[in-house]
Design a protein around this ligand. Structure first.
Ligand SMILES: [Fe+2]
Length: 392
């Protein structure tokens, strides 16, 4: 693994801004059965089940698995006791994303500054230490059930040190590198590199509230691009604004439902997410869409169906691209172009029984946008799926 974050492009330097975000430290999922979820993401998406923190490491409350690929770190967590607050959330929302955690220089200073900026606390700073160093975590509440943790690390727990040398991710995590699935995944890489963007769904009329929240609390900027204006067609039936952390770290588009011909996909999400905002999809970046999607299809990942007719008109719309266009069509990959270049993207079906969280696999060839030209094709296809579930 490289020492330089693909997102930040290099080592961190000391900063006077306590809310300077260094990296996406991890994305935490709350799930009903973390052991089985770990195998799903390892088998289908090629993640290494790298470390565990559970009964075997002395944790009698929760079980967490650290899954890694490129600069992506997922923590899958379940509660072990009947009164576990994690299991309560799983009952309300099903499996899904709880926390988009950011590495900062000082998790106490970041937390205090965020609270000064108007954030609500999710949990106060807490420190864990052992012979390898110290990890401090704190958290603020963002939309609905979602939290942003701040994580600061010292010594061997410093993220650059961990990426370069391995070792425990945090105190109480033990290695699982002996697993056969890890050996298989090392020999058959899928090639996912980092979290390109992370999309939140909020209630009707709340998009601008959360746009302002990301501006005021974390200093994000509205991403100036043609995608940042409202999009609402009879098919898309949603509005979206893209928030940008800066420093090429992460973008967070925020969706709200809009009136359309049919029930908005955002409304369907909220209906099945206890009428509570949450994370709709994570876009995972690959440098080779054809390779990654071929491997993912071989592994049995279920992607949204795209009608064959999409490919009758796409090349007129996007022009020439430096890809095997037959393979693009065979794999049902979507293509879009903006003034800076083109992108390739594909969307999975929901990753759990409730129609909530899904992944996007994205490859950027210059394009900095989100596939606006595909919205109509995508939403026609999403609506087909919605109709199959009887939710249209
Ligand atoms: Fe996306």
């Amino acid at each position: 693994m490289s020492t330089a974050s693909p997102q930040t492009g290099g080592k961190s330097e000391p900063s006077t801004d306590p809310l300077r975000l260094v990296d996406v430290d991890y994305v935490e999922f709350y799930v009903g059965n973390a052991k089985q979820a770990a195998y799903f993401y390892a088998q289908c998406f090629g993640f290494e089940i790298e470390q565990v923190n559970d009964l075997t490491t002395g944790n009698r409350e929760t079980a967490s698995y650290l899954l890694t690929q490129g600069n992506i770190r997922f923590v899958l967590t379940t509660g072990l006791t009947p009164d576990s607050p994690i299991q309560k959330e799983v009952r309300l929302y099903g499996d899904g994303i709880k926390d988009i955690a950011f590495t900062v220089d000082d998790a106490v200073a970041a937390y205090e500054q965020a609270l000064k900026n108007g954030a609500e606390s999710a949990y106060e700073p807490s420190e864990s230490s052992d012979d390898n160093g110290t990890v401090v975590r704190s958290g603020i509440k963002t939309m609905g059930r979602v939290v942003h943790s701040f994580v600061s690390r010292t010594d061997q727990y410093h993220l650059d040190h961990y990426k370069k040398n391995g070792g425990a991710f945090m105190p109480s995590f033990d290695s699982m590198q002996h697993l056969a699935i890890n050996e298989y995944n090392r020999n058959n890489p899928v090639g996912l590199f980092y979290v390109d963007h992370c999309v939140g769904n909020v209630e009707l009329g709340k998009m601008d509230h959360w746009v302002k929240w990301y501006e005021d609390i974390l200093g994000f900027k509205l991403f100036k691009h043609f995608d940042d204006k409202d999009i609402s067609t009879e098919y898309s039936a949603l509005m979206s604004k893209v928030m940008d952390s800066g420093r090429e770290l992460i973008k967070i588009p925020i969706n709200e439902p809009a009136e359309g011909k049919h029930k908005s996909q955002i409304e369907e999400y909220l209906d099945w997410h206890n009428h509570t905002p949450g994370i709709q999809h994570l876009a995972l970046l690959t440098k080779d869409e054809i390779h990654s999607v071929s491997r993912l299809r071989e592994r049995g990942v279920d992607f949204l169906d795209i009608p064959e007719t999409y490919y009758d008109i796409v090349w007129d719309r996007v022009g020439d691209i430096r890809e095997d266009t037959d393979k693009v069509k065979d794999l049902r990959v979507l293509v879009d172009r903006d003034d800076k270049g083109y992108l390739l993207q594909i969307f999975t079906k929901p990753l759990q029984d409730r129609p909530t969280l899904f992944f996007e696999i994205i490859c950027r060839r210059g394009s900095e946008s989100f596939g606006k030209g595909n919205f109509k094709a995508l939403f026609e296809s999403l609506e087909l799926e919605q109709a199959r579930r009887g939710n249209l």
